[in-house]
Design a protein around this ligand. Structure first.
Ligand code: ZN
Ligand code: ZN
Length: 49
């Protein structure tokens, strides 16, 4: 089963066995700020201009 990235704004799937889709999401300082910065195409958080 796919698991969503633990970042609240990120719509990507987390890497297998991990909480986040990328180090960017894991290291983000303030998840409530919006963008996760994962850089994945199709990520909901990155669509916001
Ligand atoms: Zn993302
Ligand atoms: Zn993510």
């Amino acid at each position: 089963m796919d698991k969503k990235c633990a970042h609240p704004s990120c719509s990507c799937n987390a890497e297998p066995g991990k909480e986040f889709c990328s180090d960017n999401c894991r290291n983000v300082k303030s998840p409530s700020a919006g963008k996760c910065g994962c850089g994945h195409s199709g990520c909901q958080a990155d669509k916001d201009s």
